[in-house]
Design a protein around this ligand. Structure first.
Ligand code: CDP
Length: 230
């Protein structure tokens, strides 16, 4: 059986990573969460005080510091997920904070940051047998991916999901702040000059506002099986 590449792009908190993980597990493929990589660079920038109180990124400082950012993934048998490590330290928990969410889109729009991460992502994806999720996977990172999905959902559905997810983790943040953050990230991600969030022409669009995870998973697997057996 051939091992293909599957690209999943979409809006913030549209459920990409849950589905990507499920599809990867079912196919025994590698799952790569590219958002986690941008989040880890953002955590680094915050620690290095490269982002000021107003949320301004010191772009020159960020570019100069990039060679000191070393990202890897380490499989955690407990969560069944590959977790991102920043300079050898597992930072999976820290990168999901609201603080990182607030600043990540400003870091992710810097071309030098994107170039570094896209290069690493292409390397991880070059052998196939991979499910990668993000914003520019079907358009820039893996334009030749055999199957591409683009996930969207209403802002209400996305806000509610992310809010409950953060609540479960014991993070105190209001629904309003979560929704504002999703809107702001969608705006910056879609309007940046360098590889903006965009639906690939050949992507299968899934609006999951009213679909269960099982329904989405079945639909996605059916699309993948079709390509595998073509
Ligand atoms: O899970 P959620 O939708 O909150 O976001 P994420 O996938 O963790 O991505 C966090 C941020 O990283 C996005 O809002 C983008 O600014 C950036 N990102 C990107 O620019 N390109 C990617 N391929 C993945 C993420």
């Amino acid at each position: 059986m051939k091992r293909i590449s599957i690209a999943i792009d979409g809006l913030s908190a549209s459920g990409k990573s849950t589905l990507a993980q499920g599809v990867a597990r079912a196919l025994n493929y590698l799952y790569i969460d590219t958002g986690a990589m941008y989040r880890a660079v953002t955590l680094f920038a915050l620690r290095e005080k490269l982002i000021d109180r107003e949320g301004q990124l010191d772009e020159e400082g960020m570019k100069a510091a990039l060679p000191r950012v070393y990202l890897t993934f380490r499989f955690n048998p407990g969560s069944g997920k590959s977790e991102v490590c920043l300079n050898g330290r597992n930072v999976e928990k820290e990168i999901r904070s609201h603080e990182v969410s607030r600043h990540v889109s400003v870091v992710a729009r810097l071309p030098e940051v994107r170039e570094k991460l896209v290069l690493a992502q292409r390397r991880m994806g070059e052998t196939g047998g991979v499910v990668m999720d993000g914003r520019d996977i079907g358009t820039v990172v893996l334009p030749d991916a055999e199957v591409k999905f683009f996930m969207t959902a209403s802002i209400e559905a996305r806000g509610q999901r992310r809010f409950l997810e953060l609540q479960r983790k014991g993070r105190s943040v209001s629904l309003e702040d979560v929704v504002d953050n999703l809107k702001e990230r969608d705006r910056i991600d879609s309007t940046r000059d360098h590889s903006p969030l965009m639906q690939a022409e050949d992507a299968i669009v899934i609006d999951n506002s009213d679909l269960s995870i099982e329904q989405q998973f079945d639909h996605m697997m059916a699309c993948v099986q079709q390509v595998l057996h073509a």
